[in-house]
Design a protein around this ligand. Structure first.
Ligand code: PGA
Length: 256
């Protein structure tokens, strides 16, 4: 079975009820590109209303707690996200790894919990500018992936990895195609080691300053199976050209 490319928007801490019209527009215009899977990961406060507003369009969250329920003030569990209408969740975004001090072990537990409740997972990894400058990006990110991956996955098509260099997020800076290819090839190899043949069905997204102007070049890089898009996902006028660029790349990204 061929898997489609995945373009997921990460709205971060943006979005009020007045933005539901834009969400509807993104869902409607995405339908022109059935060969691309499009999703929006929204602030928790908007998930239920968005899921009701765009039935059938994947709405996701940006974090999840690893426990099912309990004394965890301010946290949201996987069954709660499902209950609100979410079908996927981002885990291990660098903004959370840094500001909330999330460890690889915690990210792994969150991914496991989300998958076990039937959510899709976008698991983020990526290096700092210092690590890149020291020439240690590939081994650092590969090790981060090894320690963050759930030990097993029943349905690998529900897991995606997002390679997001921290220095590229929101900065307008993007690695060269060769740097992206080297990293994605290394991550693909780690997925094969972790899951065997099933690892081939885990999509690897690139994230960090993906824009309409650079999307075609990024999607043409081998082993790039989609994108995680921050700033450019807030408006249909920016996101839909990125989806169109994903649709225009020859061939399916990976074969399950
Ligand atoms: P950006 O964010 O596209 O605004 O760089 C990407 C992300 O943080 O997921």
């Amino acid at each position: 079975m061929a898997l489609n490319r995945l373009v997921a928007g990460n709205w971060k801490m943006h979005g009020l009820s007045s933005d539901l019209g834009e969400i509807k527009k993104i869902a409607r215009e995405s339908r022109q590109y059935p060969e691309v899977e499009v999703a929006l990961c929204l602030p928790a406060s908007l998930i239920e209303r968005a899921a009701r507003a765009v039935p059938g369009f994947p709405i996701g969250a940006q974090d999840v707690h690893q426990a099912e329920d309990g004394a965890c003030t301010g946290c949201i569990s996987a069954p709660m996200l499902r209950d609100a209408g979410a079908s996927l969740v981002i885990v291990g975004h660098s903004e959370r790894r840094e500001a909330q001090c999330e460890s690889n072990a915690e990210v792994r537990a969150k991914a496991e919990a989300a998958l076990s409740y039937g959510l899709g997972v976008i698991l983020c990894v990526g290096e700092s500018a210092e690590i890149r400058d020291a020439g240690q990006a590939v081994e650092t990110v590969a090790a981060q992936l090894d320690l963050s991956l759930p030990p097993q996955v029943d349905d690998p098509a529900r897991l995606a990895i997002a390679y997001e260099p921290i220095w590229a997020i929101g900065t307008g800076k993007v690695p060269t195609p060769a740097e992206i290819e080297d990293m994605h090839a290394a991550l693909r190899q780690r997925l094969d080691v972790a899951y065997g043949e099933a690892g081939g069905s885990v999509r690897i997204l690139y994230g960090g300053s993906v824009k309409p102007s650079n999307a075609s070049e990024i999607f043409a890089v081998p082993h790039v199976d989609g994108a995680l898009v921050g700033g450019a996902s807030l408006r249909a006028a920016d996101l839909i050209p990125i989806v169109a660029a994903a649709a225009a790349v020859e061939g399916a990204p990976i074969i399950a």
